[in-house]
Design a binder for this molecule. Sequence first.
Ligand code: AMP
Ligand code: ZN
Ligand code: FE
Ligand code: FE
Length: 293
Amino acid sequence: MWEPAGIVARVKIDLHTHSIASDGTQTPGDVARSAHEAGVDVFALTDHDTTAGWREAGDTAVALGVAFVPGMEITCTTRDGISVHMLSYLHDPRYQPLVDRIEEGRRHRLTRARRMVELLSEDYPITWQDVQDQVGPGATVGRPHIADALVALDAVPDRSAAFAGLLSGRSRYYVRHQALDPVEAIKLVRAAGGVPVCAHPMAPLRGRVASPADFEEMIDAGLAGLEVAHRDNPDESRAILMRLAAEHDLLVTGSSDYHGAGKPNRLGENSTSVRSLTRICEQATSGVEVRWP
Ligand code: AMP
Ligand code: ZN
Ligand code: FE
Ligand code: FE
């Protein structure tokens, strides 16, 4: 039967997902297939500190009639040690100053993961090889891979339990990841022709969040938007973020932060407006474009 509601049905735009190129559990192609199955019309692959999945995810997406937005989630730390994740959309993946800084961060992630495994191995029968067995070829190493190794050793039931306990920021096995400053990340993303959007900007479960002064600095540096609709931002924080966005004319997004089976987040559980996606496209100057089917 003809459904008038179908015409005005919301377009589902999910701008934050992960594959095995970082710490998701599906190949980039399978993330695209899952997006299609979930009824997502446009999706971005935003693996941590890598663009390795762009080609495969994009090819699969367009073949299925799903639009693909190339993205990346850059791991950042403020000088006060607060963790910030900066999403970058449509930047030039070959812009050397950004590539160099990302590569440094990936190397530090390795050192830090090794150190955490060393500490864990004092109390659990875990080796660095156990962790490496969980990492896809060339993937960005993170705590999720240590979590997977702990699951394989039956030390914890699943990733979420590992993050709630042994791998949490309060754990004695936790080692901080010192990454690039969010202000520097924003400038590099803009220089690479990309569009920087702060991921889950107020997610208290992940630890201390950036201060109003931190946000002012990021905005002055060229921040384009805020990921407001994300399950880790509490309702009261979303109101604050919406006011900040209105005040500074920032675009707002909504996304799932899908990690496959690694996290409960479901594809399309939040959506970005067509208006915000348009603004992202308008601001990109790299020549990298959304791949439309
Ligand atoms: P790291 O970047 O190494 O500090 O690890 C943190 C990353 O683990 C975050 O970006 C999360 O997206 C990811 N992650 C994956 N699965 C989970 C989970 N079940 N609980 C919390 N974080 C998770
Ligand atoms: Zn992740
Ligand atoms: Fe994140
Ligand atoms: Fe993420």
